[in-house]
Design a protein around this ligand. Structure first.
Ligand code: PAF
Length: 269
């Protein structure tokens, strides 16, 4: 596994990958898949990497805590950075190439003045609560697509609205990339895995289960009221939204100082 941090190193390593992928596949051209992350990898990321490993000839992992997608009062500075453990997991998953740029490498001229406009899909849910979030996400995803030149890209369904927005960008910009969603990985008690779970105290960890319970109640009854009734049982948790959208029940809530999101299909209970 090669680990690179600069654009020149990435260009050279990416070119080598194409050669290798070309010679390993039955077809003349092998597929390169990318998994984009902000590090602090957990079993949810592992599922993305293993799916990519099973699907494509060469797997690229990007690790970059993207400042553009954090609001001024958000957790950019304290976002967990666990590079050594991330690289160990990447190695165990058979990743071929890791691109872990600094902010200066990613944004050499300072923060970009031209950003992807996410359109009206960003006016609701995460976009409504976190102004500028999807401009930041789509801008960095677009740049990482240009830099890593994948055939396929893997994103978790846990960030369901993000997945939809990335699909819309790929469609509207005619990017030649197959976006593949991977189901959310959960703890045995239902808590969706998230890098931010590590902020939770043991008491908050227990309270956080209400997100899953609220979604399950919505899915079972088809009514948002049933989900809100679950939330009402844990008044310490402050609901941001619980709604139907994108063909899913979607929710975000504050558990202490930690904002968590989750979603479920209508048929899941
Ligand atoms: O889902 C994430 O970890 C981030 O939003 C992403 C897609 C890596 C862009 O920074």
């Amino acid at each position: 596994m090669k680990v690179v941090t600069t654009r020149d190193e990435l260009r050279a390593a990416r070119a080598e990958l194409s050669v290798r992928a070309d010679t390993t596949g039955a077809d003349t051209t092998g597929e390169v898949g990318v998994v984009m992350t902000m590090g602090a990898l957990h079993a949810g990321h592992e599922a993305l990497l293993r799916r990519a490993r099973a699907d494509v000839d060469a797997v690229v992992l990007t690790i970059f805590v993207n400042p553009l997608q954090f609001g001024p009062a958000e957790d950019f500075d304290r976002y967990p950075r666990t590079m050594e453990a991330d690289l160990a997991l990447a190695r165990a998953c058979g990743v071929d190439l890791v691109f872990a740029p600094t902010r200066e490498v990613m944004y050499p001229g300072g923060d970009p003045v031209v950003r992807v406009d996410p359109g009206p899909g960003a006016d609701v849910f995460e976009g409504a609560s976190r102004p500028g979030f999807f401009h930041g996400v789509l801008t960095v995803v677009n740049k990482l697509f240009a830099l890593t030149r994948p055939d396929a890209a893997y994103f978790g369904e846990k960030d369901y609205q993000q997945l939809s927005m990335i699909r819309a960008m790929v469609r509207d910009f005619d990017l030649p990339i197959d976006v593949r969603g991977v189901p959310t990985v959960r703890e045995p008690d239902g808590l969706a895995l998230s890098s931010r779970n590590r902020y939770l105290s043991p008491v908050e960890r227990e309270q956080a289960l209400v997100l899953h319970r609220a979604l399950a109640a919505c899915a079972a009854t088809g009514s948002v009221d049933a989900g809100m009734a679950e939330y009402a049982k844990v008044p310490e948790v402050k609901v941001d939204y619980l709604a139907w959208g994108e063909g899913r029940w979607l929710t975000a809530a504050w558990v202490g100082g930690t904002r968590l999101i989750d979603n479920t299909e209508a048929s899941n209970s």
